[in-house]
Design a protein around this ligand. Structure first.
Ligand code: SAH
Length: 519
């Protein structure tokens, strides 16, 4: 999609099966450009997070074949109405829009109303719930064909006439969606069509998510075993010899954080990286930011420093937030930061990345991503004595960096560039999650995330927090936790998101080795 097409249109986007990392790049782009998003019940918040903050998000509440809160006609009418109003409408559907998603009917409604539409395919649960259960849908050793069938019986639709008798033995792997409610009857039909009762079979519930649960049994026993295990929708049922491979290939459920729910308290803009590493280790990232980054109410001191920018030799960026805040004021004042005499040092790779994206040239990124590491690297890079340093930071910045540079003879001017304020929006949910004992681990990435976290808690939640595994990104945050009476049990060697999650993973008994997706 290059550029905005004039006028309204509808984009049918497949959201993937559950793991928000399985949305396609094109799907994410369509969301960024959407004016309105109509989404299904099962779509993850992190997928919706790709939409612009100005977009209107509408839950149309369809959950597979369960009683929809809105009829298909209503949804079709909404799509057409928004498009006629000139809006770019994303219709976000679980899995792939054309795999039992009624995407075809929505596309037909667009055609009938003269509305332009596009389709962005998605990763269907029919295949990905299996891959995450360690079951390849085909395999040279066991299966050369598969069929995907709906198990939902609607007497008014063509599905009522599904030729189970023929299908049951015509393909090697049979994949059934929406089959949980009718499972005993479906299995009966497949057996009476001549498939062996010993055929390996499985049901995978909530595939690709941290709630994934798999039951394996010989075909004849599957309904009973599924009932005993308490499995229900959404689940994919698979019948065929490929299920044998699961013993060897169940990679996802063996990830070190699989099934663990990990709280992310970082501000929203920075949560994504941490959350995606947590997911890459098989965990469920619960994003409930405890702080928000806000511009200053009075930016005059920062503006003044920018107006005198040419007196400084070195600009030190101690966080991505500092880079963003500084860049925002410099744009506002029309004072570019790429000045020939100004050298720029960043505290770590993420800060350097943020600076680069904002057009700030970066000259130094030390290997150790904290204030001490930057001070050390600065001293090696140039002789600080007699040089003037500018250090924009939050109002609660640490002194380690300026102190070290002052000690080396440099002249440091710190200036407040942004404010960190408590984010109250998620407070109720945070208290509930803690009180219900649903969180396995809590992660903190700065003293302010700790302070505001504690301020948001009711006494019972505070007590419950002590029973979670607490992880701090580095020594300063660990210190703040200790002072608050909530000592960190996990602190990585390097203060980086990936290292934090790896340390957490080894705490939970995994190898701590970084899975490939995390890189
Ligand atoms: N268009 C979707 C399917 C919609 S029908 C797709 O391509 O995946 C809804 C059915 O999909 C559910 O009843 C269930 O059988 C299956 N399903 C959806 N998400 C699932 C998941 N995460 N794990 C297992 N099955 C899932």
């Amino acid at each position: 999609m290059s550029g905005r097409v004039a006028g309204g249109r509808v984009v049918l986007v497949g959201a993937g099966p559950g793991d928000p990392g399985l949305l396609t790049l094109r799907g994410a782009e369509a969301l960024r450009r959407a004016d309105v998003v109509l989404y299904d019940q099962l779509v993850d918040d992190a997928v919706l997070g790709h939409a612009s903050p100005d977009a209107e998000l509408i839950n149309v509440g369809k959950r597979g074949h369960d009683a929809p809160t809105r009829s298909q006609d209503d949804i079709n009418a909404l799509l057409v109405r928004f498009a006629h109003d000139g809006k770019v409408v994303v219709r976000l559907k679980g899995g792939d829009p054309f795999v039992f998603g009624r995407g075809g009917e929505e596309a037909s409604a667009c055609v009938a109303a003269g509305v332009t539409f596009e389709v962005v395919p998605g990763v269907t649960s029919a295949l990905s719930a299996l891959s995450h259960a360690g079951i390849p849908v085909t395999d040279r050793r066991y299966s050369a064909s598969f069929a995907v069938v709906t198990g939902h019986n609607d007497p008014t639709q063509v599905t009522a006439a599904t030729r189970w008798e023929a299908l049951a033995t015509a393909v090697d792997t049979l994949v059934i969606l929406m089959g949980m409610r009718n499972l005993p009857r479906l299995v009966e039909r497949i057996l009476s069509a001549g498939r062996s009762p010993d055929t390996p079979a499985a049901a995978v519930m909530w595939g690709t998510t941290a709630r994934q649960e798999t039951v394996v049994a010989p075909l004849a026993d599957l309904p009973k075993r599924v009932e005993e295990a308490g499995l229900g929708a959404p689940a994919v049922v698979v019948v065929g010899d490929v299920v044998r491979l699961r013993d060897e290939l169940a990679w996802f459920e063996r990830l070190p954080l699989f099934g663990r729910r990990v709280l992310v308290t970082r501000p929203e803009a920075q949560a994504f990286e941490l959350s995606s590493v947590i997911r890459a280790f098989g965990g469920d990232a619960i994003e409930l930011p405890t702080v928000r980054i806000e511009p200053l109410e009075d930016a005059s001191a920062l503006d003044e420093a920018l107006q005198r920018i040419d007196v400084y030799d070195v600009l030190l960026l101690a966080s991505a937030n500092a880079a963003r805040a500084l860049a925002a004021r410099s744009t506002e004042l029309g004072i570019p930061l790429d000045r020939p005499g100004l050298r720029v040092g960043c505290v770590g790779a993420r800060t350097a990345e943020a600076a680069g994206e904002l057009g700030i040239p970066v000259h130094l990124v030390p290997p150790r991503a904290d204030g001490e590491g930057l001070a050390e690297a600065v001293a090696q890079w140039l002789e600080p004595a007699g040089l003037r340093f500018l250090l924009p930071r939050s109002e609660v910045g640490r002194d380690a960096l300026p102190d070290a540079i002052t000690a080396a003879g440099g002249e440091v001017e710190t200036v407040t560039a942004y404010r960190t304020v408590g984010a109250e929006a998620g407070a109720e949910r945070l208290n509930e999650e803690l009180e219900a004992g649903r969180l396995d681990a809590l992660t903190f990435t700065s003293p302010s995330t700790v302070r505001h976290f504690l301020a948001m808690l009711r006494p019972a939640a505070r007590e419950a927090a002590r029973r979670c595994v607490v992880a701090a990104i580095g020594a300063t945050t660990a210190e703040a936790l200790r002072e608050a009476g909530l000592p960190a049990r996990v602190v990585p060697e390097r203060p980086e998101a990936a290292a934090l999650v790896a340390a957490l993973a080894s705490h939970f008994g995994g190898s701590g080795a970084e899975p490939k997706e995390a890189s």
